[in-house]
Design a protein around this ligand. Structure first.
Ligand SMILES: *Cc1c(COP(=O)(O)O)cnc(C)c1O
Length: 353
């Protein structure tokens, strides 16, 4: 295997070791170095790991106007033995290039994404908190760079990876409103891609739900608002009559989450029956009325497993006792033990640094 080594410029004014690792907040603090590469004349060049810093863009930069931009979210962990692992980055690499193709952006070679990430993390190892549930959040992204206002695919791009230490992610159980007016994703659209516009478009509906006393929305299909899709920016899982049900991916309106995929595998190993299929709001309400709707929770890299204490369909409110959940906490523990090296990694999901 050939390993590409990316030239490094060391930060002469590092924030570590004086930076207080007890004051880290998700998405706010970044490490001392970042990876940068430029796409020009049909190839990736100028690969570099260098001091984390702002950079200039032309005010006509295509990304700023038309949103040709994609990203990923990955986590690295340090266990009690001080070993560093990245959780399933190969899956994020595949999804990154799937997103790139849908947004008419160039693909990124594996050595740049994977080896570049490993090299950057090796350099920034000291930034990985070794507290339970804390991690190093990895944010690869690509932006269009052409200084041009015509609507056409850019000819130049920047690929970057930035890293941020992330504390134990405490998320309070969420109150969720089933969304029946606004949509996150449409068939034929870009819902399966991790592109910036999806997130910009989701902000307003969430604020509307917050004004009604909810934390987030449960997105439903764009055509009839009949089938459930995702909860906020997470995949969603329901436990009904002892079975786990999660929306299927075939319409292209549900993002193919790595946590979703890992959860399906782990839940099956734990003995649960897991169904990937269409699930209607009517079926959910019916199950609740029969007393068969036991749990609902979100799964994603940032919060891992997020409990839901209330799910509302208009005036019909379904409450869950989050202190007596069975499946969600068991799944959370399994994912945690796996990433911390407490159980055998039989699927080879951990990339050791
Ligand atoms: C990133 C994301 C997820 C979760 O994916 P993971 O790979 O598990 O982090 C789910 N839904 C949406 C819309 C997302 O952007």
């Amino acid at each position: 295997m050939s390993t590409h080594s990316i030239p490094v410029i060391i930060n002469q004014h590092p924030k570590l070791p004086s930076f207080n690792m007890n004051e880290i907040a998700f998405g706010k603090n970044f490490t001392d170095h970042m990876l940068v590469a430029d796409y020009e004349n049909g190839e990736w060049k100028n690969m570099q790991i260098k001091p984390y810093a702002p950079f200039e863009v032309d005010p006509s930069c295509a990304t700023l106007h038309y949103g040709q931009t994609i990203f990923e979210g990955i986590k690295a962990f340090k266990n009690e033995k001080e070993e560093v692992v990245i959780f399933r980055p190969d899956q994020n690499f595949i999804r990154f290039n799937t997103s790139a193709a849908r947004m008419q952006m160039p693909s990124v070679p594996e050595w740049l994404f994977m080896d570049g990430m490993k090299q950057l993390i090796e350099l920034e190892k000291a930034w990985i908190p070794n507290k339970p549930d804390a991690s190093l959040y990895i944010r690869p992204f690509m932006i269009a760079m052409d200084p041009f206002l015509g609507v056409r695919p850019s000819a130049t791009y920047k690929f970057m990876i930035i890293l941020g230490p992330s504390g134990p992610y405490f998320s309070a159980p969420m109150k969720i409103l089933i969304e029946e007016h606004y949509t996150r994703a449409t068939p034929g659209g870009v819902g399966f891609a991790k592109n910036g516009g999806n997130y910009g478009a989701s902000l307003f509906p969430v604020v509307v739900a917050q004004e009604k006393g909810y934390d987030q929305v449960l997105w439903t299909d764009a055509i009839e608002h009949k089938f459930v899709e995702e909860v906020g920016m997470m995949n969603v899982m329901f436990v009904m009559d002892g079975k786990v049900i999660t929306p299927s991916l075939e319409r292209g309106t549900v993002l193919k989450g790595v946590t979703r995929d890992s959860s399906i595998t782990l839940l099956r190993e734990m003995g649960y029956e897991v169904e990937e299929r269409n699930l209607s709001v009517a079926e959910i309400v019916e199950a609740h009325k029969k007393g068969l709707f036991q749990e609902v929770f979100g799964v994603g890299t940032a919060a891992v497993v997020s409990y839901i204490s209330r799910l509302a369909h208009g005036e019909y409110v379904m409450d869950f006792d989050v202190n007596n959940l069975k499946v969600a906490p068991a799944l959370k523990k399994q994912l945690h033990d796996l990433r911390m090296g407490n159980i055998v990694d039989k699927h080879n999901w951990l990339y050791h640094i």
